[in-house]
Design a binder for this molecule. Sequence first.
Ligand SMILES: Nc1nc2c(ncn2[C@@H]2O[C@H](COP(=O)(O)OP(=O)(O)O)[C@@H](O)[C@H]2O)c(=O)[nH]1
Ligand SMILES: Nc1ncnc2c1ncn2[C@@H]1O[C@H](COP(=O)(O)OP(=O)(O)O)[C@@H](O)[C@H]1O
Length: 204
Amino acid sequence: MSEKGMLIVLSGPSGVGKGTVRQAMVKKYGQQFKYSISMTTRQPRAREVNGVDYYFVSKDEFEHEIANGGMLEYAQYVDNYYGTPLKYVNQMLDNGQDVLLEIEVKGAMQVRSKVSNGVFIFLAPPDLHSLQQRIEKRGTDDSETIKKRMIKAREEINLMTNYDYVVVNDKVDLAVQRIEQIIASEHLRVARVLSSYQKMLGDN
Ligand SMILES: Nc1nc2c(ncn2[C@@H]2O[C@H](COP(=O)(O)OP(=O)(O)O)[C@@H](O)[C@H]2O)c(=O)[nH]1
Ligand SMILES: Nc1ncnc2c1ncn2[C@@H]1O[C@H](COP(=O)(O)OP(=O)(O)O)[C@@H](O)[C@H]1O
């Protein structure tokens, strides 16, 4: 029995620090997993690069990918489509590599229904006030978008019980450490299950 890679799904409301935590994880543990670059119809922000932060596409291109079965999951978030291209994820998992997805809650639940070897982590803010402060401090969204994202955040926080783990992003370094510990213990759990199956199959 060979071990396929594990899917690590990180969700959380806009502004909680998913991107910041993910970048810190890549820096510290980058050899241990592959990050899946999402596709979106949102306009690139000032420092975002096509093919690094996202694949930025038109609505027509995105809908074409959906029709062709090219997305593992997708969702509409505030006024745009976001989704995970299927091919890269499958290739990496088949190679035994873990893959990190940073996606919103509806997409995460689609993945949950399709993939067995996954760990679902919800990154939560210390409180809603600091969440709004973080979005404002980032300075990438106008006040109307911030309002929409804060409404979305309340809906998303209500859904955090659908996740395996909740990690509070109080300090980036601590959040990264907690996520790393979760991944390590999930690996151990999967290895134990695999080895007990191997024993059972070997016994017969
Ligand atoms: N379902 C899904 N959500 C995604 C994907 N990529 C990003 N998102 C989510 O879409 C939401 C909006 O992302 P973005 O506009 O980059 O804003 P930010 O997360 O506040 O920086 C966030 O919750 C992301 O986690 C994806 O491939 N699929
Ligand atoms: N633990 C933290 N404490 C304080 N500020 C944070 C923390 N994590 C992230 N931030 C800041 O919050 C803002 C939003 O972070 P970002 O990573 O863009 O969030 P997301 O990807 O979840 O929308 C950024 O300005 C970032 O520097």
